[in-house]
Design a protein around this ligand. Structure first.
Ligand code: ADP
Ligand code: MG
Length: 255
């Protein structure tokens, strides 16, 4: 089955259970959006999928095209085609953006295969043009001193270079002004296609005007509580999250 499949996922941070039986299926070629109030566990889900060591999976499965990623280190998951764009991208002083990308792309190649430098730079410049990033960003340290919007563009540049099978984008819209939002959305729309499944995490409906999802899921209290088409996002925008919370049984309504 070609999908990113999440089954009955329970995740703890320390003693606190954040994800409480989450089910989600993102088939390759589709864009699924997750919306939900702050603190509902959206970033926890993205980090658990990527294999962050602070997040303990106590139950359930995460399958990439049918293969479990449980117990695999984040870099192994990445080599298998998983990509995460962080809500809060890290700064890496002393490592240039170009060298970082080159090492990341090189690490994805089969053993013994060398990345061709000219080809790499040509491809990187092409992707930077798509994201309207000036060339000067290649020589700067990864995300150091970048504005919020520049960091988000840089995340999508990484995605464009790594060409993942499944990409999880955690609040890629936060901190973007409307022009930057359009550029980033255009980048994602160019990358989306039959070879990639995308999980788009967002708090606001606005992003979904530009990256139109195939399905929308609502997450509350560590579970998906409602799924629907793109119209569901509009309904949420209009009514807020409370109307969904109100319809939930007591034990689900707390985060
Ligand atoms: P969202 O992305 O939907 O806003 P998060 O996944 O960031 O939600 O957070 C879900 C819950 O987990 C929140 O109550 C948050 O305080 C808690 N949490 C997240 N990260 C940590 C952490 N590193 N240590 C302790 N609690 C955390
Ligand atoms: Mg978050």
């Amino acid at each position: 089955m070609s999908s990113l499949s999440i089954r009955n996922l329970h995740v703890r941070i320390g003693e606190k259970e954040i994800l409480r039986g989450l089910n989600l299926e993102v088939p390759k070629g589709e864009v699924h959006a997750i919306m939900g109030p702050n603190g509902s566990g959206k970033s926890t889900l993205s980090k658990a999928i990527a294999g962050h060591p602070d997040y303990t999976m106590t139950c359930g499965e995460v399958l990439l095209d049918g293969e479990s990623v449980l117990g695999l280190d984040p870099d192994v998951r990445a080599r298998k085609g998983l990509f995460l764009a962080f809500q809060y991208p890290m700064e890496i002083p002393g490592v240039s953006n170009a060298n970082f990308l080159r090492a990341a792309v090189q690490a994805r190649l089969p053993e013994g295969e060398e990345l061709e430098a000219t080809e790499f730079y040509a491809r990187m410049y092409e992707k930077m043009d798509l994201l309207e990033m000036p060339r000067a960003f290649t020589a700067r340290s990864v995300n150091e001193g970048f504005s919020g919007g520049e960091k988000k563009r840089n995340e999508i540049l990484q995605m464009a270079m790594l060409e993942p099978r499944y990409a999880v984008l955690d609040e890629t819209d936060s901190g973007l002004d409307i022009d930057a939002l359009k550029v980033v959305s255009n980048g994602v729309n160019t990358l989306r296609g039959p070879g990639m499944g995308i999980l788009l995490i967002t708090h606001y409906q606005r992003l979904l005007d530009y990256i139109v999802p195939d399905y929308v899921h609502v997450m509350v209290g560590g579970r998906i509580v409602q799924s629907g088409g793109k119209g569901l996002a509009l309904e949420l925008e209009e009514k807020g999250y409370d109307f969904i919370k109100e319809g939930l049984p007591e034990e689900q309504s707390v985060a």
